[in-house]
Write a protein that binds this ligand. Sequence first.
Ligand code: F6P
Length: 326
Amino acid sequence: MNRIKNVGVLTSGGDSPGMNAAIRAVVRTGIYSGLEIFGIRRGYQGMIEGDIIKMETTDVSNIIQRGGTILKTARSKEFMTDEGMQKAYEQLCKHNIEALVLIGGDGTFRGAVKFFDRFTIPAIGIPGTIDKDLTGTDFTIGFDTAVNTAVEAIDKIRDTAEAHDRLFVIEVMGRDAGYIALNSGIACGAEDILIPEQITEIEEMLCKIDCDERRKKTVHIIVVAEGDDYGGAKEVKAAIVNRFPFKDVRTCVLGHIQRGGSPSYADRVLASRLGYSAVSGLLEGYTQVMAGIVHNDVVFTPFEQLIKRQIPVNKDMLEMIRVLAV
Ligand code: F6P
């Protein structure tokens, strides 16, 4: 019989739209199952400082539609130290927390692997990151909303680009992963998409611009992921201006706008399924795994297997971009 009674839940790393829906699902599934749920505020940093509150079902009312995270979040440097981890563990003991639900991305699970190397406590992860840079799940909470936000912004930029016959280089988020760039770029009919997973052939891009100029294709949208190997929007613009000094080029960095806003229906459903599955999985005895959705089924993947720097992007998609931009 599973004897877990008190479960802590936290959000860590960059926030993502839908984290609140996940917290709601964890709290309500936990209480429904007879558990006591404790919210750990500000991620691992709050764990170190004992910033822990008991949660009731009403604490998560009216949050499913809200961006951000009611538990707040942080990127804790202290947690990565031996002393920080020791303090965090002591706080868990002090509050009688016997198991954890960790909502976050790559950094959250890296921290988890180090922590659980030293301390034994059941834990389940939920993928919450706009970057979608984790294995073990087809989607991460917040990705769909972030792409929709980028698409809305890029469509607007295209209007003004067209009015002025301008070339725009638009930088989207994604330090190590180009999924937001790839998907928003395809959805907006971008002329080029530069992502970290593929070495940027700047000459090829410049030749294409030249070719489009000759064909009198006046509007040009280039979407670049912030982590592209050539650099972000600034560097790409510099290369273009250097080659075509008379071309009217502008940049736009979409930045943190992509992390906020009300989650899409897809992110709310994903977060609800994963929050529910995480608690159910914990009660079934799963531990040190992340709950994910693969081919519409819930799967549990060990933390160590999630952390892979770059997940290769679909080659067909890359070829398709070239074809559709002719
Ligand atoms: O959470 C992921 C992410 O949004 C990345 O795409 C981006 O590089 C990073 O976080 C930005 O982090 P911060 O908000 O700490 O500047």
